[in-house]
Design a protein around this ligand. Structure first.
Ligand code: NAP
Ligand code: GDD
Length: 337
């Protein structure tokens, strides 16, 4: 039974990747840092099928001990401080997790399991102020946030360990991918959950920042398949993973409200305080190399993604209201983003 070590197991991608690897017959070791409250809701349904080990990207010894103990065949580094606005509020911590954390894990693998195959979760945020459209594996990077800069460090250190030590290490340059399990602070989930609250009469408005930003949005379940495919190649290589389509935040909101039978213009308010110090205006990836060499293709379309997220949140909010977790017109907000 091959052994896969997955950091960031409690996150959106960690949960989908664990499901995928279990279905492929892997022994899955999920890595989680110590927290005072339970962060395991996304993996509750597979908790009996995976093992969860404790380690932190900030702590070199914990990572080395982990790799020594489990001797993984494949290591997927999904852990990161992944929310762009937080990277301006906490730039040094973001660099520690998202940039240097990659070196710590690579060092642990180099020393304790050098034959293991290594996947780094790189990001389309590295393209930032884009230098060409669409973005490919050869497009120059121009990150626009401390998060983007940190991811770029993680990307290049992975390339360097591959070239310096001959490790089977590669990066997936993944464009935005969302799901019913997306964190509430990211714009797609903020919208789908907001639509559900409004539809059930629990809120009257949804405050958003830049409606003109455009993203290449896919579904996380499709994107974790690409991670696994990349590590099955004999020679490691980096790939862009995207749908090849781009849509604005406005389009996402319009469609999401329509799914609930509502007109978005009656409820969405633009809040300038939610705009970013530097924006990534438009992202659109060219997934041809992944199509040709990995045989990877997304299966869930943009309208299907929006519909799935809204349907899921309508059910979640209905349940939360039935249990009294949220009430109609309750003051305050659950939206930090
Ligand atoms: P996510 O939901 O925010 O999950 C991040 C995970 O990282 C969580 O499990 C979190 O654990 C863990 N983590 C954070 N700091 C850690 C630390 N110091 N030590 C150990 N674990 C730590 O992110 P996601 O959407 O699943 O994304 C997965 C990865 O892909 C991230 O690296 C992200 O930057 C990258 N990425 C995402 C996208 C996207 O659109 N989703 C696109 C490109 C790249 P806690 O539960 O304890 O906080
Ligand atoms: N979060 C948020 N909240 N974003 C908003 C809002 C709002 O109220 N209003 C408009 N936006 C815009 C942002 O300005 C940005 O242009 C876009 O919506 C998407 O924002 P997010 O959903 O927060 O995602 P992101 O694109 O910044 O980053 C995500 O994708 C990256 C890949 O490109 C994250 O998952 C990163 O971890 C990932 O690397």
């Amino acid at each position: 039974m091959p052994v896969a070590l997955v950091t960031g197991i409690t996150g959106q991608d960690g949960s989908y990747l664990a499901e995928h690897l279990l279905a492929q017959g892997y022994r899955v070791i999920g890595v989680s840092r110590r927290t005072s409250t339970d962060v395991g809701s996304r993996i509750e349904h597979i908790r009996a099928d995976i093992e969860v080990a404790s380690a932190d990207l900030l702590d070199q010894t914990s990572l080395l001990t982990l790799v020594q103990r489990y001797q993984p065949d494949e290591v997927y580094n999904l852990a990161a401080q992944s929310f762009v606005p937080t990277s301006w509020a906490q730039p040094v911590l973001t660099g520690e997790f998202t940039a240097l954390g990659v070196t710590r894990l690579l060092e642990a693998v180099r020393v304790a399991a050098p034959e293991a195959r290594f996947y780094q979760a790189s990001s389309s945020e590295m393209f930032g102020k884009v230098q060409e459209v669409p973005q490919t594996e050869r497009t120059p990077f121009y990150p626009r946030s401390p998060y983007g800069v940190s991811k770029l460090y993680g990307h290049w250190i992975t390339v360097n360990y591959r070239e310096s030590y001959g490790m089977h290490a590669c990066s997936g340059i993944l464009f935005n991918h969302e799901s019913e399990r997306r964190g509430l602070e990211f714009v797609t989930r903020k919208i789908s959950y907001g639509v559900a609250l409004i539809s059930h009469g629990a809120r009257r408005e949804l405050r958003l920042g830049n409606l003109d930003a455009e993203r290449d949005w896919g579904h996380a379940a499709d994107y974790v398949r690409a991670m696994h495919m990349m590590l099955q190649r004999d020679s490691p290589r980096d790939y862009v993973i995207s749908t090849g389509e781009t849509h604005s935040v406005r389009e996402f909101a319009e469609l999401a409200f329509r799914c609930a039978g509502l007109d978005w213009e009656e409820f969405v308010q633009v809040d300038p305080t939610l705009k970013r110090p530097a924006e990534v205006d438009q992202l659109v990836g060219d997934p041809r190399l992944a199509n040709e060499e990995l045989g990877w293709r997304p299966t869930i379309t943009f309208p299907q993604l929006v519909e799935r997220m809204v349907e899921s949140d309508l059910a979640i909010v209905r349940d939360e209201m039935a249990r009294g977790v949220i009430r109609r017109e309750e003051p305050g907000s659950r939206f930090p983003g």
